[in-house]
Design a protein around this ligand. Structure first.
Ligand code: HEM
Ligand code: HEM
Length: 188
């Protein structure tokens, strides 16, 4: 369990095992979903592409449930502060990027589900068609799908900055910040 504290610290502490587990499962799922989304769009008009769309929707719903679990867990658990060696502007930047990552992570599947419910094909979950909450409307569906593809790019930008920062801590700073989100550490 992480300590709830606002004071900076002189040692690198650790995220709780459940936070680390969900972080890495979701990192793989979200990056995979972006790749799958772009791939299926590139074969959209080819026969058999429907299978990829259904897979994207199905894995997308599983991803959404894990994102909500993670966000709910996070609301009740404040991570340990970063070590003193991290300059205040970088600590503030990291908080802002993490917050934006949560917003984009939650918005992405939400907008996808609403778009799919407004589209002719609806939401499919591993072979089952889920009930619709809206009457299909092509123009509204397009608005949500445009938002879905814009948020994908926002996520790519945020993830790139986030990964660059993480790798800088691991390779250049060597300050234990990367290890806070790695497996096997002890919560601080
Ligand atoms: C974190 C979760 C998700 C990510 C990262 C993601 C990512 C993407 C990406 C990158 C595209 C291609 C966008 C483009 O190039 O226009 C896409 C398209 C799409 N996604 Fe998702 N998606 C997620 C969740 C969902 C969910 C939950 C659904 C619905 C149940 C969904 C339904 C769709 C549909 C229907 C399209 C095609 C849109 C079109 O025809 O213009 N997505 N997604
Ligand atoms: C694959 C490369 C990735 C690496 C190397 C990485 C690394 C890290 C590290 C080291 C931390 C801890 C930062 C700290 O100590 O304060 C962290 C936190 C975080 N990461 Fe990642 N990450 C990756 C991918 C992602 C992805 C794809 C997402 C979401 C789209 C994500 C979302 C987050 C969030 C929201 C936090 C803050 C956790 C919190 O305070 O609740 N990460 N990441």
């Amino acid at each position: 369990m992480t300590t709830i504290s606002t004071a900076a610290t002189d040692r690198a502490t650790h995220y709780a095992p459940i936070a680390v587990f969900l972080h890495w499962v979701l990192a793989i799922l979200i990056i995979g979903m972006i790749g799958l989304g772009w791939y299926m769009m590139s074969i959209e008009h080819e026969p058999g592409s429907g299978w990829y769309f259904d897979l994207h929707k199905s894995i997308g719903i599983v991803t959404a449930v894990l994102i909500l679990l993670r966000a709910a867990w996070r609301l009740g658990h404040t991570p340990d502060p970063l070590p003193f060696s991290v300059p205040p502007w970088q600590a503030a930047g990291s908080r802002a990027i993490h917050w934006l990552l949560y917003v984009a992570m939650i918005a992405m599947p939400l907008v996808g589900v609403i778009g799919a419910m407004l589209s002719k094909s609806g939401v499919v979950f591993f072979g089952r068609t889920l009930p619709r909450l809206f009457t299909p409307n092509h123009d509204f569906a397009e608005i949500f799908f445009t938002a879905h593809s814009v948020i994908a790019w926002v996520l790519v930008g945020l993830i790139s900055l986030h990964v660059l920062a993480a790798v800088k801590h691991l390779v250049i700073d060597k300050d234990g910040v990367f290890q806070r989100m790695w497996f096997g550490g002890h919560p601080g």
